[in-house]
Design a protein around this ligand. Structure first.
Ligand SMILES: CC(C)(COP(=O)(O)OP(=O)(O)OC[C@H]1O[C@@H](n2cnc3c(N)ncnc32)[C@H](O)[C@@H]1OP(=O)(O)O)[C@@H](O)C(=O)NCCC(=O)NCCS
Length: 210
């Protein structure tokens, strides 16, 4: 397996390093903004900026390690920059995560410690399945989503692209969520969400239009 280059050296990067080390991957280094070059994150050097992606495209695989709560656009821009440079995105599954052999996980997606992905689930590309979340049977998660810590995506749910689901939120069975939705932490999504925006509470209701 090729070594990894991680793109983004903040807090989420530390969590991804934990995952990468647990599944035996070698980390070549981290790319970040110019002011961060030379700094270390958990013992790994920031070796350049994202303008250096092409230099590593042949010899390494990439993981986008900037986090996302309110706005996925930086993660999407970096993902597209890797593909434009001819780079490959790595899929990482933590040693303590469980992914059914009947599930599909897209490129660039990181399944973090103690996450659980059940049979028939389909998870897109460049997704964060964060620590301890649960994606139940036959659920679908679109590209560039962040299913954050401890979330319960119940069976047959269908989450669109670019969505954030806040910590410890619960989606009732077979709920659909359209693209570009943000669900606040600790919410219960009882009915499908058909319009982009920020939703929260129990039951989750629209708080901020987008
Ligand atoms: C949803 C969130 C992003 C909104 O943040 P924001 O844009 O700064 O919005 P505000 O805090 O101004 O809240 C807007 C409204 O939503 C409500 N709200 C926000 N988060 C809420 C939540 N988790 N549960 C219930 N209501 C919530 C606020 O009370 C406010 O309602 P009001 O207009 O009736 O007063 C933030 O509250 C949140 O939940 N962040 C996620 C944290 C998390 O899960 N991190 C995971 C890291 S892995």
């Amino acid at each position: 397996m090729k070594p990894l280059v991680l793109i983004g050296g903040g807090g989420h990067c530390q969590s991804v390093i934990e995952v990468a080390e647990s599944c035996g991957r070698t980390i070549r280094g981290i790319l970040d903004v110019p002011a961060e070059v030379g700094r270390e994150v958990l013992g790994y050097s920031i070796i350049g900026t994202d303008d250096a992606i092409a230099n590593y495209a042949a010899s390494c695989e990439f993981v986008i390690t900037v986090g996302f709560i309110k706005d996925p656009s930086l993660r999407i821009r970096l993902y597209e920059k890797v593909l434009a440079a001819g780079g490959e995105l790595a899929t990482l599954i933590a040693s303590t995560a469980y992914v059914s052999r009947h599930a599909v996980i897209g490129k660039g997606t990181v399944v973090m410690h103690h996450a659980f992905v059940n049979a028939g689930a389909e998870v897109g590309e460049n997704v964060i399945l964060n620590t301890g979340c649960n994606v139940e049977h036959s659920a679908r998660v679109g590209n560039h989503c962040h299913i954050s810590t401890g979330v319960m995506v119940n069976g047959d749910c269908n989450i669109g692209d670019n969505c954030f689901i806040g910590s410890q939120s619960v989606l009732a069975n077979a709920v659909s969520i359209c693209n570009d939705v943000l669900v606040g932490a600790g919410s219960f999504v009882r009915k499908s969400i058909l319009k982009p925006g920020v939703y929260s509470g129990n039951p989750a209701i629209l708080k901020i239009k987008r």
